[in-house]
Ligand binder design. Structure first.
Ligand SMILES: Cc1cc2nc3c(=O)[nH]c(=O)nc-3n(C[C@H](O)[C@H](O)[C@H](O)COP(=O)(O)OP(=O)(O)OC[C@H]3O[C@@H](n4cnc5c(N)ncnc54)[C@H](O)[C@@H]3O)c2cc1C
Length: 484
């Protein structure tokens, strides 16, 4: 039987970061991944000469003491992976306004003051909160429980301005009244203060690098192997049972520590033994999985910016969205009316496509229960209808776009679930609902560590990289306590 210092369940970015740090510290790591490639959502796939990005539009940058700078330096990432900067923050198109928000906080504030001079006081408060995002602490319980929706309602009257300020909401949540102001301010503040970047060649480049790092530092990765049970002895994890998805063989490996990158609800209900699983279920009982995303991948015979698209990231609000109050309903409403975000990689050196070609991706809020229960034929037909409606709306945004489209395909929440096994196909783990954000350790077992979007840092590339790194530090600390 194999013995490892640490077994990691799941090869998403959180699991890979934990694995890389632990391997760097000389720990013998086994990483189990049910898919055939590393990365989870941080992945690309090929269609002819196009490299299709599946899970990254932008990641906040490295400025202002950002912890990623330290982690990436330590793992020697900057010498192997390039991070082109995104030129603008985003363009937001409401029913009456069309505004491109710059990345720089002061430039963004100046532009919005020019567009909305009657909201000077509110903009001042909002941007000073963004500027002090690291130092700021809620002054009262009411403030700690506030959502970004109610925060903006207190500060600003103009609904158009509120919608523009939330043009990148889809990066965090599907409803501003269900998104913690505290969480939003940390995340959005980072974007305003350190800009944002892409990964040249696509997110798979980072995932492959980290997987290679683990292997070149003595770790083992078993693809197409599904973890089915975490074994426990004397209230501590002692190993993992896993099954080959190629031939069905079941293996057992022993270890001193386990890191879980797999979705926490899945860990609680099917990986841990009942007693520990029930404790974990209890700890997470007040949290709900966040939304999933529908994605339309679009390949063009020329760069989309040459066809007339103006910005890297464009949010087009649905026709029924006039106020912040409409966003939640729109997210759960008809696909034909949904708000969408188009990311056009031709505005940067993406490394995804050959010179002269174009690639873009459209995303909209999606939910697994919408597609569940459909027959394969119904699913195919509904997916085609949804896709056709988005293609027609895209034509209004960029006239001529469809003429240059050489290939497209869509992924739904059902696709996300199939490739990552995430509960409800959530892409950012638990919804970041208003309420005091707990800094408490979530795991109920001393040598079980969480490295994923389901951890206290939340989802997104940066969140899971932090989660993975801290899971590794926790495991190293635990090793020191138990190994003499
Ligand atoms: C379309 C889209 C666009 C996005 N855009 C952005 C963006 O612009 N910026 C940003 O920061 N974030 C973005 N995200 C979100 C971001 O990609 C995710 O939050 C993050 O990558 C999640 O990482 P994770 O480590 O939690 O693992 P996941 O990516 O969820 O991967 C989990 C891994 O565990 C494996 N696994 C699960 N259970 C088992 C098991 N029992 N045994 C073995 N393996 C198992 C799965 O196969 C999977 O590989 C986007 C996501 C999507 C889908």
């Amino acid at each position: 039987m194999d013995f490892f210092d640490v077994i990691i369940i799941g090869g998403g970015l959180g699991g890979l970061t934990a694995g890389a740090k632990l391997s760097r510290e000389g720990k013998r790591v086994l990483l189990l991944e049910q898919h055939s490639v590393p990365g989870g959502y941080a992945t690309t796939f090929r269609h002819k000469e196009f490299r299709v990005e599946a899970g990254l539009h932008e990641m906040d940058g490295f400025g202002g003491g950002n912890l990623k700078q330290k982690i990436f330096t330590e793992l020697d990432i900057f010498n192997h992976v390039k991070f082109p900067e995104i030129p603008h923050f985003y363009r937001a198109i409401t029913q009456r306004k069309d505004v491109t928000v710059p990345h720089d906080l002061h430039a963004a504030k100046a532009l919005l003051l020019q567009e909305f001079p009657h909201e000077a006081a509110g903009l001042d408060t909002y941007f000073s909160r963004m500027e002090q995002f690291r130092k700021y602490r809620p002054e009262s319980e009411a403030e700690a429980f506030e959502s970004i929706g109610s925060y903006l309602d207190r500060l600003i009257r103009d609904e158009e301005l509120k919608l523009i300020l939330l043009g990148n909401l889809m990066a965090f949540s599907d409803d501003p009244y269900l998104l913690s102001m505290d969480y939003y301010a940390q995340a959005q503040g980072t974007y305003y203060n350190s800009g944002s970047v892409f990964i040249e060649g696509g997110s798979q480049v980072l995932s492959d690098y980290l997987a290679g790092y683990i292997e070149s530092h003595g770790g083992a990765i078993r693809y197409r192997h599904l973890a089915v049970e975490i074994l426990m002895e004397s209230e501590l994890c002692s190993g993992v049972r896993y099954r080959s998805l190629s031939d069905g063989t079941v293996y057992t490996a022993r270890c001193r520590q386990v890191v879980v990158n797999a979705a926490l609800p899945q860990v609680a209900s099917s990986l841990l033994p009942a007693e520990s699983g029930n404790i974990l279920k209890d700890i997470i009982s007040d949290r709900t999985p966040g939304a999933s995303l529908y994605t339309l991948y679009l390949c063009f015979d020329r760069p989309l910016k040459e066809i007339g698209n103006q910005c890297y990231c464009t949010c087009v609000y649905g026709p029924d969205v006039n106020t912040l109050n409409d966003i939640g309903r729109n997210s759960h409403g008809r696909f034909e009316d949904k708000t969408y975000v188009l990311t056009d990689y031709s505005h940067i050196r993406s490394g995804l496509v050959a010179e002269g070609k174009g690639f873009a991706a459209l995303v909209a809020e999606d939910y697994l229960n919408y597609w569940n229960g459909m027959t394969p034929e119904d699913y195919k037909q509904r997916k085609a209808e949804v896709t056709a409606s988005f293609l027609s709306r895209l034509e209004q945004l960029v006239p001529g776009l469809n003429r240059h489209l050489v290939w497209y395909d869509a992924a739904t929440a059902r696709t996300m679930k199939r490739y990552t096994l995430n509960t409800d196909a959530a892409v950012y783990g638990f919804a970041q609902n208003p309420g005091p954000r707990s800094k408490q350790r979530i795991s109920p077992v001393a040598n079980l560590h969480i490295a994923s979007a389901w951890d206290k840092f939340g989802g997104g590339f940066s969140g899971v990289i932090y989660s993975g790194y801290f899971a590794a530090l926790e495991a190293l600390r635990q090793e020191r306590l138990t190994v003499r």
